[in-house]
Design a protein around this ligand. Structure first.
Ligand SMILES: [Zn+2]
Length: 534
């Protein structure tokens, strides 16, 4: 058996960073990859956020259909309790479960929403799992022991090290001494993932082999200024130039890993590179709950008003504890997570406080009109450029637990949910934030060379992977196989097959690992680890 299809995920990769790196000679392999294959912008789903976007890439379906909207999830529309997302939330087939049901083997490393791991044929090392849980998280049983036997295997550096991520996101004083080792860690972590993948493939190759590198996203969040100094004031200090050099070194290392993976797959394999969203600079912060309060939509509880400063700084506590930070007798609209830019409306059932159901539409429209008046500090332009209602953004069976409104900010930024003296404030230095258009690249025997395709959808990736594997594309997948990227005659010879219904059955069947509701400490710890702390 040999690798038929190699899928490489680059979290947050964007051409505005990659193109200059390729031109400057920092990513010679990626440059040759696109010269020998096809490239395109890849439009993501709403919201342009890592867990829902990768889940859409993996399933070919939007969040209202697959059930992952955010890092968090409410269990029911009435529940104010939120918990971290996991693979049980994905209530439809993934590319991997479909491949497995089609009799193929898959290996998947470091993708989100894979814990507890699905019982697919092949290997699963889930992403977004703290390193101490790695043994429990791997599928099949015995895989962890196999990994440990690989010379040079480093458990701590393969999974996430919470302590280090915490240090990076909380303790960074924007100085090379602290940020530098953290950047290098991500390079090493990805070397480790590549090493493991090569080892597993040599010993026991899979038809579909996939790996996700998330360092690109992390670096771009914290190091945007060093990657694209043209988006802010010029670099002047030695340590700033040093951080720029370290950031570039990360991408040079990544380029080497991409080459190693493509060499491993061989010239007969299709290689697909995709990101879950794009990236761009962000300058302002919208303190959404403060804005809602000042405009009469939200009231803080007494507990929130008497909060200590430390609590306000950490802020993350609000995600788990927002229930006691708000006065539920007066609050009509609120944001619970700092990640989704989502606003929930409190609807009264006739006996509880909130907006009467009969007034919901008018209330929501008034809120939308008010939100459109917010101006950003940088240009005085409208700050909230797009507002999606639940019906627009999340049609499907999971719609009822999705936010009532989802905001897209002009600079792609994420809102802050913390109480603040200002409704809008300026970031001390530019940082990176998600944008709707990421990257797509494909190379293979049937794929056009040196071709720039028109913009594709992230929902097209799953059909493209299935087509590459020779499998039918289930009818419920929302994207398409982009036939324009194939050489003349290829699709005629091997037509795209659409299947009436998903053949896979493994999607719901996860390994028997307990996923009891996580306690608040775990939620906080995970958030720190993911960098969502102000
Ligand atoms: Zn991402």
């Amino acid at each position: 058996m040999s690798v038929k299809t190699l899928l490489i995920g680059l979290d947050g990769a964007t051409f505005s960073v990659l193109d200059p790196l390729m031109e400057q000679g920092a990513m010679p392999f990626l440059k040759s990859f696109f010269a020998q294959g096809t490239r395109a912008g890849l439009r993501t789903i709403v919201p342009p956020l890592t867990p829902p976007a990768w889940t859409s890439l993996m399933t070919g379906r939007r969040p209202g259909q697959h059930g992952v909207f955010d890092f968090f999830r409410m269990d029911s529309p009435e529940s104010r309790h939120i918990r971290f997302f996991n693979s049980n939330d994905v209530q439809c087939d993934t590319t991997w479960s479909l491949a497995s049901a089609g009799g193929l083997r898959t290996t998947t490393l470091n993708f989100p929403a894979m814990f507890p791991p699905p019982r697919i044929s092949g290997y699963v090392v889930p992403g977004w799992v703290p390193w101490k849980q790695l043994r429990l998280a791997c599928w099949p049983e015995g895989l962890f022991e196999k990994l440990k036997a690989i010379p040079g295997f480093n458990q701590r550096e393969l999974a996430m090290d919470i302590k280090l991520e915490e240090k990076a996101t909380e303790g960074i004083s924007d100085h090379a001494a602290e940020l530098g080792p953290w950047i290098d860690l991500h390079a090493r972590r990805e070397q480790n993932l590549t090493h493991v993948l090569k080892h597993l493939t040599e010993e026991d190759p899979s038809d579909l082999t996939s790996v996700l590198f998330d360092g690109v996203d992390k670096l771009q969040h914290l190091c945007w200024r060093y990657l694209r100094p043209e988006d802010d004031k010029p670099l002047t200090e030695d340590w700033e130039f040093q951080l720029r050099e370290l950031s570039l070194r990360y991408f040079r290392c990544l380029d080497v890993l991409l080459k190693q993976l493509c060499d491993m797959a061989g010239p007969q394999a299709d290689v697909i590179i995709a990101s879950d969203h794009g990236f761009g600079p962000t300058y302002d912060v919208l303190h959404i709950n403060t804005w809602l309060e000042r405009h009469g939509y939200l009231a803080w509880s007494e507990a929130a008003q008497s909060r200590d400063t430390q609590g306000a700084l950490l802020g993350v506590g609000q995600v788990a504890k927002h229930t006691w930070l708000m006065d539920w007798n007066k609050t009509k609209a609120f944001a619970t997570t700092p990640t989704s830019n989502g606003i929930y409306i409190v609807v009264s059932d006739g006996t509880t406080p909130g907006v009467p159901a009969s007034e919901y539409q008018a209330f929501r429209q008034r809120l939308v009109d008010d939100l459109r008046q917010i101006k950003d500090l940088q240009t005085g332009q409208q700050m909230v450029t797009e507002i999606y209602t639940r019906e627009e953004a999340f049609p499907g069976p999971h719609s009822s637990v999705a936010p009532d409104l989802t905001l897209i900010l002009r600079d792609g930024g994420l809102v802050s949910i913390l109480p603040s003296p200002d409704e809008v404030s300026k970031r001390p230095v530019v940082s990176g934030s998600h944008r709707p258009v990421g990257v797509f690249g494909a190379r293979g025997p049937g794929i056009k060379r040196g071709f720039a395709a028109g913009e594709l959808s992230i929902l097209d990736v799953a059909p493209t992977v299935l087509y590459s594997l020779g499998l039918p594309v289930p009818a419920e997948l929302e994207g398409r196989v982009p036939e324009e990227i194939y050489l003349d005659g290829v699709v005629k010879e091997k037509p795209v097959r659409r299947a009436a219904a998903a053949a896979g059955s493994q999607a719901m069947e996860q390994a028997a690992v307990s996923t009891e509701v996580e306690d608040e400490e775990t939620v906080l710890e995970r958030l720190r680890e993911l960098g969502y702390i102000e």
